[in-house]
Ligand binder design. Structure first.
Ligand code: UD1
Length: 425
């Protein structure tokens, strides 16, 4: 339990216009799963462009507990997972970091045996792991869940998983990643149908291919993996974080400021850019990896979160803050997670006119928000409150920064560099 009173808060004086360029860090969700993927490899792995975040530190602690030798040098992580024990994942950290559970696929594929606690993560819904487990069972694993711990093993003399045809009931990002990793070292071919298509899946596939895996179709809804016996050493650069990039684009829109973001992969931001345009802003490609936001008069639009290439649920809260001050009536529908609208109450505290009905939020744009003390309820909600604070009149105090620090590297120094009046106290 976090003692909120003893924790630092962000004080934001709203109304400054921002200017300049923001450097976008490596993608949190890619880096986390690539760290899990490195467990497939009995040789040295080097990951570059790894963001400096609480979640990455937690993942590092889990790898270390498994016996991995980790060396961190700035944003580069050297990982040596030659000599590890697949049963040592510690409950207290896995239960706080959902992505760490995705290591189950890599560990089971390499050792034929794994013991890992059920995961945690943001309080945004039930978030079960049934799709992960069913997929591993289809590949021949025996899975027992007892006292919150998942025990999985493969019988047979070589203890190797068997390739399988797997249809996912839902294109779960984590389940696709777990099964893709598991299939890289399985015997024969695995086909994942209705696979997630997120850029982080493509990054994981490219990372595994760079280690010698045989994978095609990543980025489509059908991924085919031909298992190999062993993977080899790799030196790999994590993609830029599309959610951090999108958050800064919204920072420009909500403060009516012209800002650039770099480096980015514009294609990963297509749904975010489309909605910014619908709201009245322009997003211009200055280079192949640099975008500039040019603000305009903000007007209402409707948004429905969906698996990629639909609008990302991880950008829903930030757009809620933006639509709160966009003229007209907007509807945001959250379809990916059942409990991801808890920031509504906090935005209301700042003067937003929002009504909730089930998983829909009806937003009547107001001319301005007012600074207030607010509480971050999850990672992306915390970003939404910072954005609202940048645009609000007066002072906003954001509590619950442990959420923000999970996923945004140096957010306040990046914002200060742009001209925001924000400090951690
Ligand atoms: C990942 C991202 C998270 C993002 C989400 C959706 C990481 C570390 N996290 O989370 O930031 O918001 O994708 O883009 O990459 N589900 C099941 N059974 C399962 C698995 C998932 O019912 O076995 C449900 C979940 O409860 C949720 C939906 O599927 O309602 C989507 O979850 P999923 O795509 O798996 O998200 P994560 O991989 O957990």
């Amino acid at each position: 339990m976090v003692n909120e009173q003893a924790q630092p808060v962000l004080e934001i004086w709203g109304g400054n216009s921002l200017k300049g360029e923001v450097t976008i860090s490596g993608a949190k969700n890619s880096a986390l799963v690539l760290m899990a993927g490195s467990l497939l490899c009995p040789e040295d792995c080097r990951l570059r462009n790894v963001p400096d975040l609480v979640d990455i530190n937690k993942m590092s602690q889990i790898l270390t507990a498994l016996g991995v030798k980790l060396t961190k040098n700035g944003h580069t992580l050297d990982i040596d997972a030659r000599d590890i024990n697949p049963t040592k994942a510690p409950y207290d950290i896995v239960s706080k970091l959902r992505a760490s559970f995705f290591a189950i696929g890599a560990l089971l594929a390499r050792f034929g045996n794994v013991r890992i606690p059920l995961p945690g993560g943001c309080a945004i819904g039930a978030r079960p792991v049934d799709l992960h487990v069913r997929g591993l069972q289809a590949m021949g694993a025996q899975v027992i869940i007892e006292s919150g711990i998942v025990h999985a093993n493969v019988t047979g003399s070589d203890r190797r998983l068997q390739g399988a045809n797997i249809y996912l009931d839902y294109p779960s990002v984590g389940a696709t990643e777990t099964l893709l990793m598991a299939a890289t070292l399985a015997k024969g071919e695995t086909v994942i149908e209705n696979a997630a298509q997120e850029p982080e899946i493509v990054d994981l596939a490219n990372f595994c291919i760079a280690m010698g895996a045989k994978i095609s179709g990543a980025g489509t809804n059908k991924i085919i993996i031909s298992g190999v016996e062993r993977l080899h050493s790799v030196d790999y650069r994590v993609i830029p974080d599309r959610i951090e990039a999108g958050t800064f684009l919204v920072a420009g829109a909500i403060t009516q400021s012209e800002i650039s973001i770099f480096p980015v992969i514009p294609e990963h931001l297509i749904p975010v850019i489309a909605k910014l345009k619908a709201i009245g802003c322009q997003v211009i490609a200055e280079d192949s990896d640099r975008l500039r936001l040019i603000p305009g008069a903000l007007k209402a639009t409707d948004i429905e979160t969906l698996p990629y290439p639909g609008f990302p649920t991880d950008m829903q809260a930030q757009f809620m803050a933006l639509l709160s001050v966009s003229e007209g009536y907007s509807v945001i529908s959250e379809t990916v997670f059942e409990n991801r609208l808890r920031h509504v109450a906090e935005l209301q505290r700042m003067g937003a006119d929002i009504r909730l009905k089930g998983h829909h939020a009806m937003i009547n744009g107001v001319p301005f928000l007012s600074g207030a003390p607010v509480m971050a309820t999850d990672l992306r909600a915390s970003a939404a409150l910072v954005l609202a604070g940048l645009a609000a009149q007066g002072k906003t105090i954001v509590r619950g920064l442990h959420h923000l620090d999970r996923g945004y590297e140096n957010i306040e120094s990046k914002l200060v560099k742009l001209g925001a009046n924000i400090k951690r106290v």
